[in-house]
Design a protein around this ligand. Structure first.
Ligand code: UD1
Ligand code: UDP
Length: 363
């Protein structure tokens, strides 16, 4: 049987890598489609190289666009691939536009869909990702969840519990697998930091933080206040870069702007940081496992488990500078002293592969 994986954007790649690898031990054929939603080398190719992902069998090259334009382009390309290849199962990851596009196409072709990272809910439908999550889960036949609260969310929505599998977090498989390759010294020197001393890593790309000028201005003012305490390294997502630069990001000597970093370089920096400030989904999870304090600059999170079983806290712009200062004063928590959610143990990929293979009769 043929299993078709659909990826498209940066956060998909570290989730798909361990699933694809683990499925190789089962009797299935695999096809990897990259929609091309992300296409800059630093947003895409670098992950294939660093994570040992196979080259995509198909690259649809859809590129950027409006939500409708991007989703529609992915759907047209995916329909062609699925109609010609007749997969026994379509596997989708996370909550990006490519994810929902693939689920919609597969459902209408009566192909079973497996959603890796199902059930996460911010309960905030102003986030495009929340719409993508709700629709994708509604259309999925197999719902693979990273944590118990995601299973609870699905149950509350009336999903058949037999379709829900608590498998752990494949993104954490990737982190644990490559952890030994992280090189803090090199990462510091690459972004121009001294060999010693506190620093903050910040990533911002949510529309609510960067899209309109007022929001971007507020984010920059907040980062400047943080930079009064210690250097702030800011690998900038291409969405945010022009907007943040335009409202004076660089008008503070403590801000160290950077291009988007590769996976290993980025996590090397995170591992050595005193505090991480982010609005990313995946970074909330990675900091929890690395034991690095994380301040999430959002009013909500679809990953509350990183607060209850991790190092994460939600903060407002007004609270953030003081929250950073208090964490700097407290110092990094001792290694192993912060909790990690159950099953974030590096073995989610094999568990997911077993469920997928079983569903296509290739256990
Ligand atoms: C997308 C996801 C978001 C995820 C993020 C991860 C959706 C709705 N959003 O947001 O959930 O957190 O990816 O990084 O799917 N651009 C480039 N080069 C690239 C890719 C994008 O320059 O390789 C620029 C383009 O100007 C583009 C903008 O970034 O218009 C936004 O890209 P897009 O894929 O639409 O959304 P993201 O903000 O990346
Ligand atoms: N990441 C990276 N380089 C960067 C910023 C992030 O490699 O400069 C990684 C990060 O470690 C995680 C993934 O990209 O594995 C998360 O992607 P992103 O924050 O873009 O998306 P989200 O998780 O918010 O959907």
């Amino acid at each position: 049987p043929l299993v078709l994986h659909v990826t498209g954007a940066r956060p998909n790649f570290p989730k798909a890598a361990p699933v694809i690898q683990a499925l190789r031990t089962h009797d299935v054929e695999q096809l990897l489609v990259h929609t091309g939603q992300h296409y800059d080398d630093r947003m895409s190719q670098v992950f294939f190289t660093e994570l040992g992902l196979p080259r995509p069998d198909v690259d649809l090259g859809i590129g950027s666009g409006t939500h409708a334009g991007q989703t529609a382009a992915a759907m047209v390309g995916l329909e062609e691939v699925m109609t010609t290849r007749h997969p026994a199962l379509v596997v989708v990851y996370g909550d990006v536009n490519s994810t929902v596009a693939a689920a919609l196409v597969a459902a209408k072709l009566h192909l079973p869909v497996a959603h890796v990272e199902a059930g996460l809910r911010s309960f905030d439908r102003t986030m495009p990702e929340e719409v993508n999550r709700v629709v994708t889960d509604r259309l999925s036949d197999l719902l693979l969840v990273t944590c118990a609260d995601a299973a609870d969310n699905l149950r509350a929505e009336g999903v058949d519990p037999a379709a829900v599998h608590l498998v752990g977090n494949p993104m954490i498989d990737t982190l644990l697998r490559h952890r030994g390759r992280l090189d803090q010294e090199r990462a510091r020197s690459e972004v121009g930091l001294a060999a010693e001393g506190d620093y903050v890593v910040a990533t911002l790309h949510r529309p609510g933080n960067v899209d309109d000028r007022e929001h971007a201005r507020r984010a920059v003012a907040t980062l400047h206040q943080v930079a009064d305490h210690c250097p702030v390294v800011l690998p900038m997502h291409p969405r945010s870069r022009p907007r943040l630069l335009d409202v004076g990001l660089l008008d503070h000597p403590g801000i160290r702007p950077a291009d988007p970093l590769g996976y290993l370089g980025f996590l090397s920096l995170v591992q050595g940081a005193s505090v991480v400030v982010t609005d990313s989904g995946g970074v909330q999870e990675e900091t929890t496992v690395l034991g690095v304090p994380c301040l999430t600059l959002r009013p909500n999170t679809e990953r509350p488990v990183t607060i209850t079983h991790g190092t994460n806290a939600l903060t407002t712009h007004a609270e953030l500078p003081a929250a950073v200062a208090s964490r700097l004063a407290a110092g990094r928590p001792a290694a192993g002293s912060t909790p990690v959610p159950p099953l974030w143990d590096g073995h989610a990929g094999p568990r997911i592969a077993a469920v997928l293979a079983g569903s296509v009769g290739a256990a």
